[in-house]
Design a protein around this ligand. Structure first.
Ligand code: 6PG
Length: 238
């Protein structure tokens, strides 16, 4: 059973997420000298990111030894309003001293297949040729059960060989870039951040409904932990 923590609201969710980020970061740096974290896109994590950049956590995070990746990206330029990279830059990375070489951006502005191949190559180098075991992967949950850009009935969901793919999402008529299940399920820690009344139904379905129907239900690290940080509104039906 995944670890589920219910918090009152989005602010509490952000604080709880930031505290887990700090704790896992200290543990990873202490045990293997670096903290590799995969950021989620969407809107839910924005407050968490801005908290990590705030005075509350200043001095508690050793950015020199942190390596930042993205779980998915929209196929847009980095300064586009829809860019997950832009959101993380504005909320967090523009305000902390992460070394430039420690940031691995998915290049949404180039050909999707080329961007996916390029990112997978970067992961191969980072992992010394092996599939990277990220210390923490942050994920969101869409109301259709998608996570990262693993959408229902899309090719990325069944990809078992590649680590990063371009994924055409018919429902949105867009291309996305996304980590695949092999990489996500190699993680040491996965943390879902879910908030809002609009997620109550899908939360119940994903946690209490039939298994292996929705993409988020396929997140099962082979040797890692899955946590859920869910606010009261999104956990109303649990
Ligand atoms: C994205 C995300 C996606 C997101 C969910 C939830 O690029 O949009 O990675 O998986 O986490 O759609 O988004 P919200 O946090 O905005 O509800």
């Amino acid at each position: 059973m995944d670890n589920l923590e219910i918090v009152p609201d989005v602010e509490a969710l952000a604080h709880a997420g930031a505290e887990r980020f700090v704790a896992l970061g200290k543990q990873a740096i202490r045990t293997h000298g670096r903290f590799s974290v995969v950021l989620s896109g969407g809107s839910t994590p924005r407050r968490l990111y801005s908290l990590l950049a705030s005075a509350i956590f200043a001095g508690h995070i050793d950015w020199e030894h942190i390596f930042v990746f993205w779980g998915d990206e929209r196929c847009v330029p980095p300064n586009h309003p829809d860019s997950n990279y832009r959101m993380a830059r504005e909320a967090l990375l523009d305000h902390v001293s992460l070394p430039a070489g420690n940031e691995y951006r998915m290049r949404g502005e180039i050909d999707p297949a080329q961007a996916a191949a390029e990112y997978e190559h970067a992961l191969r180098i980072f992992g010394g040729g092996n599939i990277p075991r990220f210390d923490l992967i942050l994920l969101g949950l869409g109301d259709d059960g998608h996570t990262a850009s693993l959408f229902p009935d899309t090719a990325a969901l069944t990809e078992s060989r590649r680590w990063v793919v371009e994924n055409y999402v018919d429902r949105l008529d867009v291309w996305r870039l996304t980590l695949t299940l092999p990489v996500i399920n190699a993680a040491a820690n996965v943390l879902f951040l879910v908030a809002g009344e609009g997620k109550a139904e899908i939360m119940r379905t994903v946690l209490r409904g039939p298994r292996d129907v929705y993409p988020a239900q396929f997140i099962r690290p082979t040797d890692g932990h899955v946590g859920w940080l869910v606010d009261a509104a999104a956990s109303r039906l649990l």
